[in-house]
Structures are given as C-alpha cells and as structure tokens.
Design a protein around this ligand. Structure first.
Ligand code: ATP
Ligand code: MG
Ligand code: FE
Length: 342
C-alpha cells in the first residue's frame, strides 16, 4: 500500500510517501521556526496560515521526488492530534479533500504514535515488546509497548516536558528556539562538573518526571552568575553542560527503572530530544550493563516529520482502519486511549 503522510500538528509541515513493500520513497519538511522566532514561541494562527501555503507544494515535491503522481496514492494519513487545532485542521482538510478526489481511504494518526514508531523506518527496527521513552517538546513519557496501539503508560511528567526544559534553558542563555540542539552544542564547550544541577524525582521510587524545578535552578544559577559579573561565555557553556547532564542523567535513571519494571530488554527512544547525542550515549552505556538494546530514528526523524505519520498510518490502514466520518482534529488525545490493530 502506497501512503502519503501529512504532518501539520505544530510548526513543521512534513510530507512523506511510504510504500509497505518498498519502504520510504520520499520525504520533505518545511520548518516555520524562522517565522516564529521574532515572537519567542509558536503563534498558532501564523502556523495554520503557513501550513496552508506550504502543504500542497510540499505534497507535489514529494510525489515528484518519488516519480509518482497523485493517482498512484492508495491511502492518505495525516496527524489528527495532539497539537494546535488550526494547524491540525489544515492537514486534515487537505488529506480528506485528496482522499475524496482520489477515492482512497484517509486516516487520522496520533502524533505520538508516529514518533513512537519512527525507529521502525530504520535498518534494524525494534521487535515488540519494548519500553519507549517519548521525549519531545510536549511530552516526557515512558510507555510499555506490546504492539501497535498496545500502550501502557508507565510514567509521565508532572509539569514541563524535557524538550520544553531545553527550550527554556536556551532562552535563559540567550539562545534561539528550538533550544535543544543549541544548548547541546554550547554544552560541548562546557567544563564537566563545574556546576551540579539536581536530578529531579530520582531520589524516590517511581517513573514520574518533573523538569520545572530544574528550570528554576538553572535560572537561579544564571542570575547568581550575572550578579557576580561572572556570566561570560565559558560560564554559559558550563551551565549548559550541567543542565544537559542533569536531564540526561534523570532520563537514564528512569529508563533503567522502566526496563526493570517491565522486565524488558529493548528500549526505544523517540521525539525531538532523542536526537541528543549525550542522551543516546548515556542510554547505550546503561543498556549495555542491563544487556538491553537501544533503538532510535535518524536525527531528522526524531523531530516532527511526515515519514513517521506515513509509516504509522500505513500500519493501521493495512488493518482496514480509516476515518469513518470526516476530519478528525483532537488537540488533546492520550496515547494510551488508542485501540490496538485488530
Ligand atoms: P510533541 O511531539 O510532544 O507534540 P513537538 O512536536 O514540538 O512536541 P518534537 O518536534 O518531537 O516536539 O521535538 C522538538 C523538541 O526537541 C524541542 O523541544 C527541541 O528543543 C528538542 N530537541 C531537538 N533536538 C534536540 C537535541 N539534540 N537535544 C535536546 N533537545 C532537542
Ligand atoms: Mg516542532
Ligand atoms: Fe512532535
């Protein structure tokens, strides 16, 4: 089955063509980050309007790259949530209009299921069951995955997501959005151990996360340095290093616990923060000791993209699922409410 995947949940327009026999045929991404930069965050109305401008040209570009025409499409998958309502509506409207014109099935896909399954696009995909760490701009979750749609939530953040914490730390350090890659690059120049930041909620049992205290700690450290006149480039790099180490350590401790609790030897990491080099290294080291294996997607498929939506949609479309009554746009949508594939 040849499926066009459309991602428009936030500030990235992603399109991809996935074929269940031949694999990924083409993909393209248009990021709006430059447009939102002046506002210090994503402006929902601007995001929707830009998806309207970019989505159809991007679809044509992907089809051309794959040497296909619209008539070659056998199904269409789009992100139905969670995300910004207006942005989601753009993807859903285009998907359903195309489906109507081409007389092919259309399916709304859960954005986090897309992230979760993105490592399946790589050469050595994980087998079920596995434990997944979803770490993105809006989520920090540990999930036990027994199959597609069989998700048991093991742990969640009580406040900020890890990616959000990276973005806020970046802002405090005067770095642009999205902050994850920026903080990580600055941390490269930092001195390891000059500062030690807290590892939130690791001193008690359980798999919950909290990153807002770490954010405050980071702000206080930066303010103290500024007041002392010591906030030079090296100090900023040292703060970035300590911040990244704290996030990586916290995530690694919880992943080790989750593998043990689930009695599992496969760990999948997905979402934007899973592109982080230090996190990958720390998880590999931890997993080696547990005789477990770590799986992740190539960096461009860790953040938002159309390929993960085409892939996830394809699995469900193959099982006969499709939207029964028009466009689905669900801004809030818990992952563990999804149904397994029959
Ligand atoms: P969600 O998927 O939860 O709805 P989102 O779609 O905004 O949120 P993603 O696109 O998956 O999130 O990821 C973006 C996040 O990943 C941003 O917070 C960004 O700072 C972070 N990120 C990207 N690359 C890195 C990196 N190398 N290190 C740390 N964080 C990173
Ligand atoms: Mg984004
Ligand atoms: Fe995302």
């Amino acid at each position: 089955m040849r499926v066009l995947g459309i991602e428009t949940s936030c500030d990235e327009t992603g399109v991809a063509l996935y074929d269940s026999e031949q694999g990924l045929l083409a993909h393209a991404l248009y990021s709006q980050v430059g447009m939102h930069a002046d506002y210090g965050g994503v402006v929902p109305e601007l995001a929707s309007r830009d998806h309207v401008r970019k989505l159809l040209p991007l679809c044509d570009q992907v089809l051309a790259e794959a040497g296909c025409s619209r008539a070659d499409l056998e199904a269409i998958a789009y992100t139905a949530g969670p995300g910004l309502i207006g942005a989601l509506m753009v993807g859903g409207s285009v998907a359903h209009a195309m489906g109507l014109a081409l007389d092919c099935p259309v399916l709304g896909v859960h954005h986090m299921e897309g992230h979760l399954l993105a490592p399946m696009l790589e050469e050595h995909p994980p087998a079920f069951p596995f434990v997944a760490l979803l770490v993105s701009g809006g989520h920090t979750q540990l999930v036990r995955v027994s199959g597609i749609g069989e998700y048991e939530l093991l742990g969640d953040s009580v406040d900020d997501a890890a990616g959000e914490a990276f973005d806020k730390a970046a802002k405090m350090l005067g770095l642009p959005y999205p902050g994850g890659p920026q903080v990580s690059a600055l941390a490269e120049k930092g001195i390891d151990g000059r500062f030690r930041f807290p590892r939130p909620m690791t001193d008690r049992p359980g798999l919950a996360f909290s990153f807002s205290g770490l954010k405050t700690y980071t702000r206080n450290t930066i303010e103290a340095l500024r007041e002392q006149g010591d906030l030079d480039e090296q100090a900023k790099a040292d703060v970035a290093r300590a911040f990244e180490a704290a996030v990586v350590d916290t995530l690694t401790i919880k992943c080790r616990r989750a593998l043990k609790a689930a009695d599992c030897h496969r760990l999948v990491i997905a979402g934007g923060v899973s592109a982080n080099k230090r996190l990958r290294e720390a998880l590999e080291t931890m997993a080696d000791k547990q005789r477990a294996e770590v799986f992740y997607a190539r960096p461009e498929f860790c953040t938002d993209n159309g390929a993960m939506i085409a892939y996830a949609g394809c699995q469900r479309l193959l099982a006969g699922q499709h939207d029964e009554s028009g466009i689905v746009a669900t801004p809030r949508w818990p992952l563990d409410s999804l149904a397994p594939i029959p």
